[in-house]
Design a protein around this ligand. Structure first.
Ligand code: TXA
Ligand code: MG
Length: 316
């Protein structure tokens, strides 16, 4: 299959929407990362997503709506869900909610669970595409499973060229890290995946979130597989001294000159935006390993360190 690059015009959007409505796959930009989009109401289209990604099919997908109203046909919004949606949608927050029994949604999309992850992306192209397609779009990050998430159309093509019908090119993603996933279907609201929206901001509304990584009692996301975001080269964390054969992923003003610096000024938002592109760049270079400097465990640093820990887990 020839993967077409569609530009961010009326025609480009219309063509991507036509492909999705016809059950084909089109990658598209969101504010977090590029999504690999397919019709969320069409099992075949959803199956194609898993196939294109080489993704283990126990890992359910996020369903994207152009607004909350579109998603109300599929999931039940609790009063807490209403508050979070009002505060943070459109935006980098994904809510796991109970699936409505008669929801006209592919069963594959939630991989057999009776819950569905939903979000409204804060990107004009994503919104226009979903509106035009007239249906919710299922979209995991537009990369092969266990590789680095794509933050540009070129990244998508690197990974999925020949495997999907098209990519809608909206330039680089502003946030650069996936959405924060919060499960509202259990006893306590639970942070399943740290991401582009800081957990602290969510907790201003929910109170303390349960955190499966810290609390063994809390439910686990099927997406919390240890090796999910992995460059091919070995990755070492919290490094402050470096070997000549090591590539350096720097952070802050003390990084050596030759480092690729996530943020010379130590800005975690800038670091998140650079993370995947820089990891990718270092992974392609002629280095033995990637050494990552310490990154503070606050705000977006949590999500960045979460991704980096996964990248550093040795291949089994
Ligand atoms: O920013 C993002 O979230 C991007 C853009 C494209 O929206 N999408 C994304 O999708 O990162 P994906 O498929 O790579 O990650 C979805 C995460 C996984 O960790 C998955 O396990 C979790 O959401 N998830 C999806 N449905 C779930 C469910 N019903 N229950 C629990 N976790 C769920
Ligand atoms: Mg992903």
């Amino acid at each position: 299959m020839d993967t077409r690059r569609l530009d961010a015009s009326e025609e480009g959007i219309a063509e991507a929407a036509r492909l999705i409505a016809a059950g084909e796959l089109a990658a598209f930009p969101t504010e977090t990362v590029y999504g690999l989009g397919g019709d969320a109401t069409n099992d075949q289209a959803v199956a194609k997503i898993y196939a294109a990604k080489n993704r283990p099919d126990f890992n359910p997908l996020i369903v994207h709506g152009s607004g909350k109203a579109m998603l109300e046909a599929f999931v039940t919004f609790t009063s807490l869900a209403e508050k979070l949606a009002a505060a943070f949608w459109p935006g980098a927050l994904t809510l796991v909610l109970k699936r409505k029994p008669d929801a006209p949604l592919s069963l594959l999309v939630s991989a057999g669970l009776d819950t569905v992850a939903v979000r409204v992306p804060d990107h004009p192209l994503a919104q226009a595409l979903i509106e035009k397609a007239g249906r919710p779009i299922a979209a995991p990050s537009a990369n092969l499973s266990t590789t680095i998430s794509p933050t540009s159309a070129d990244h998508v093509l690197d990974s999925l060229k020949g495997r999907i019908a098209a990519v809608l090119d909206g330039g680089p993603c502003a946030v650069g890290i996936e959405s924060t996933v919060v499960d509202l279907t259990g006893e306590r609201p639970t942070l399943l995946r740290p991401g582009g929206l800081e957990a602290e901001r969510i907790e201003e509304i929910t109170g303390p979130l349960a955190r499966p990584e810290k609390d063994p009692q809390a439910p686990r996301s099927p997406g919390m597989m240890a090796r999910h975001y992995a460059p091919n080269k070995p990755v070492g964390l919290n490094k402050t001294s470096f070997l000549d054969q090591e590539a350096i992923l720097g952070f802050g003003p003390t990084a050596p000159e030759r480092a690729l610096n996530l943020s010379p000024s130590g800005d975690l938002i800038e670091a998140a935006a650079n993370l995947f592109a820089m990891l990718r760049q270092l992974d392609q270079g002629n280095w033995k390993a990637i050494a990552v400097m310490p990154i503070p465990e606050t705000g977006l640093g949590l999500a960045i360190n979460d991704r980096l820990k996964r990248a550093a887990t040795p291949q089994s």
